[in-house]
Every structure is written in C-alpha cells, then in structure tokens.
Write a protein that binds this ligand. Structure first.
Ligand code: FAD
Ligand code: EPU
Length: 335
C-alpha cells in the first residue's frame, strides 16, 4: 500500500521531521516491482534503517523501505559458512545470529545500526574490519530494467566508506540480498588497540567471537550516542586521507597529530581529533551540536532541523580548512 504525505521522523535516526510525498514498504522483489510500476516517474529513495541519512527538506518523490527478510545458510563445512541475508534484515540482528552459530567475521561490526542491504553501500567498517573482508556477493534490482544483477566483491569496487553504488552506479540499483563468507576457525581481529584494552579490563586472555563482540559493544556504548535517546547518524564526516607531505606540513604546528597508514602510501587523519583540537567538541546550539564524547558525531537533541545540522557541518568544514588545510568530506547521505 502506498501512503502519501508520510512522516519520516520515525524512519531516520537523526529524528528529523520530513515528509515523503509517497511512501511504501516492500518485503519481496514482486512487491518492489509492483510499487515501481504504480509510480514509475517519481524520483526514488530507498530506505533501510535511516541511520546514515540527513533530511534537509521534505522528499518530493517516492520513499520505499526495504523489509526483505531472510537468513539462509547456503553452505557449511568445518572451515566456513556461506550465509545469504535479506537486505531488510537488521544488521546487528544478523551479527547476533552469526555469533550464535559460531560463524566468525562480523563480530567487530557489532551494534552498527541499519540494515544488511545498506551495509555494502558504504562498505561499513569498525574496529579493524570492513564488510568487504567477509563479502561474497550481492543481488540487486536494476531500477531501469527490472532485472536482477549479481555483483561480486570486485564489481562492488569497495573502498573506505565507498562502493560502486555510491559512485558511478548511484541511484541505479536496489540491493535485495547480501551473501557473506564466514569462518568457523576464526582469525580473531583484536588489532584495534581499544579492543585489547577492553578485553584486558574484562579479564579475558583467550577471547571468543562473543567476547570480541562484547568488547566492541562496551567501547561503542562508552562514546557513541544511542540514537534512540539522542538523534544522530554516527560519524558525520569521513576520516580524511592525505599525503605524507600534508601530514609533515600539519606537524609543523601540531606535532602530536595522530595519523595512520591508508591505501597507496597515503595517511588517514582522525577527523574527530581535528574537530576536537579546533574547539568544536561538545559545542551545543539550542537543540543540536557536536557530541561531547565523539566530535565526529553531530547530534539532534530534539527539534533541530536538517538544515541547521547541515550548516553546522559546513562551518566545521570551513574552520578545519583554515586551521589544518584539510577538507572533510561528509559521510552521511544528504537528502
Ligand atoms: P540508510 O540510512 O537507510 O541508507 C543509507 C544509504 O543507503 C542511502 O543512500 C540509501 O538510499 C541507501 N540504501 C539503503 N538501503 C539500500 C538498499 N537496499 N539498496 C540500495 N540502496 C540502499 N557506519 C559504519 O560504517 N561504521 C560504524 O561504526 C557506524 N556506526 C554508527 C553508529 C551510530 C550510532 C549510527 C547512528 C550510525 C553508524 N554508522 C556506522 C552509519 C550507519 O549505521 C551505516 O551507514 C548503515 O549501513 C546504514 O544503514 P541503513 O539501513 O540505516 O541505511
Ligand atoms: N578522537 C579524538 N577526539 C574525538 C574523537 C576521536 O581525539 O572527539 C581520536 C581518538 O582518540 C582516536 C581517533 O580519533 O585516536 C579515532 O577515534 P575512534 O577510534 O573513536 O574512531 P573514529 O576514527 O572517530 C571510525 C569510524 C567509526 C567506527 C570507529 C571504530 C569513520 C568515519 N568512522 O571513527 O564509524 O565505529 O572508527 O572503528 O571512519 C560511522 O561510520 O558512522 C562510525 C561510527
């Protein structure tokens, strides 16, 4: 059923008020194509959990929410399991199911909000793991032809918070399912410093995948705001990737700037550190601001507009350009 003038506030984790001219949910490919046939000429927005979106205005088109469910073990042996999940499954529920079954690979990605279907969009990542590390393939609906196409990892062109679906194929596909290759004999990934520290605090020396998940959840809960309480979409910006020369230049004024290796000899700077150094951490403007424990997260305390938050992000970008000569890129999808 298609609704009209539909309030999207419960469907975005920023908790922003925005109306969709038309709104529908779909739980199968057939339902999806029926909806698209009913409103063929509308501009289209696919919504998962709405946890990476900033609505700056009403959506003058059709918003469709993906509710395709499913958790299917396609193959399992002593070493590995291949699992296909419906795009409308909640990501964290999928992680919990994998941990329960002893399938390793996604435990570091515990508690990331949103849907399975959105996970390849920006190649979600946390605590040393990205979905590209466990990805096998996905099925996606080609909006123009109604055909279903399969993409392997190479075709997805994954990068840091990037994929082909955010790039040259933007707006052309609706992801229906994602298939993951998981391990039964895990190589646990505890390289991210905070995980080792947290495991030590928990008194664990030989962690299981469940222990890693618990450690990640504890770290996340200590600094990231719960969107059910404070509206947010996680990191608002990407961590900038810059040249060695840029790092050397910034070091002349900020000798302690942390920086990490990135692809092709480049260096990644923690945007949260830059924003904090520039004095923005915890800044509050009536109903919105910069989170007090994680400067990379912009927050809506209730009643802010998407435009106010967008303008705040622009002020931060400009200030950091002036102070560090580095331009931040927004990670959140601006609508
Ligand atoms: P939505 O916000 O609904 O959509 C995001 C984009 O994907 C939109 O462009 C939408 O059109 C598109 N899209 C959604 N579903 C589909 C589909 N089936 N087919 C085609 N396009 C689709 N992200 C990380 O990577 N790492 C983190 O650690 C992390 N932590 C977070 C913490 C918090 C508290 C919050 C609120 C967010 C965090 N995020 C993190 C961001 C967010 O959780 C992810 O980007 C997530 O994958 C978004 O999923 P979603 O279903 O909510 O997507
Ligand atoms: N930092 C500060 N001040 C801050 C925030 C961070 O100095 O206010 C410093 C920290 O001390 C640390 C460094 O920045 O040295 C990195 O911080 P953190 O480990 O919290 O990670 P992040 O780089 O801020 C990234 C992802 C998160 C992901 C975490 C954990 C991006 C854009 N963000 O954040 O993803 O959960 O690492 O791996 O890459 C998201 O994408 O929405 C998201 C939350």
């Amino acid at each position: 059923m298609i609704s009209h003038e539909f309030d999207l506030k419960p469907f975005n984790t920023f908790g922003l008020t925005a109306k969709a001219a038309h709104f529908a949910t779909f739980s199968s490919t057939e339902e999806l194509s029926t909806i698209l046939q009913q409103l063929p000429n509308e501009k289209l927005l696919v919504l998962g959990g709405g946890s990476n979106i900033l609505f700056t205005e009403d959506y003058n088109g059709l918003v469709i929410k993906n509710e395709i469910k499913g958790f299917e073990i396609l193959e399992e042996n002593a070493q590995r399991a291949v699992v296909k999940a419906g795009a409308g499954e909640e990501w964290n529920e999928f992680v919990i199911s994998c941990i329960r079954k002893g399938f390793a690979g996604v435990e570091n990605l515990s508690l990331i909000p949103g849907s399975v279907g959105a996970s390849p969009m920006q190649n979600i990542g946390a605590y040393g793991v990205e979905i590209k590390d466990v990805f096998q393939e996905l099925e996606a609906y080609h909006i123009e032809t109604g055909e279903i196409h399969t993409f392997d990892a190479a075709a997805c062109e994954f990068g840091y918070r990037e994929s082909v679906f955010k790039g040259k194929l933007r707006g052309q596909y609706i992801i229906l399912s994602v298939t993951f290759l998981l391990k039964k004999n895990p190589n646990l990934n505890t390289s991210y410093g905070a995980i080792e520290f947290e495991l030590k605090k928990m008194g664990i020396s030989k962690p299981t995948i469940k222990d890693i998940s618990k450690a990640v959840i504890a770290i996340r809960n200590s600094k990231l705001p719960n969107p059910k309480i404070i509206g947010n979409a996680g990191s608002f910006f990407k961590n900038p990737v810059v040249s060695e020369a840029t790092v050397a230049e910034i070091k002349k004024t900020f000798p302690d700037i942390p920086n990490f290796p990135a692809e092709n000899g480049m260096r990644k700077l923690p945007a949260g550190w830059l924003i904090e150094q520039a004095g923005w951490k915890g800044k509050t403007y009536n109903q919105y601001g910069v989170h007090k424990f994680q400067s990379l997260v912009l927050v809506n305390y209730g009643g802010a507009t998407g435009t106010e938050i967008f303008r705040l992000s622009s002020r931060i970008i400009k200030d950091l350009e002036e102070k560090f000569g580095v331009t931040l890129e927004r990670e959140v999808n601006i609508i």
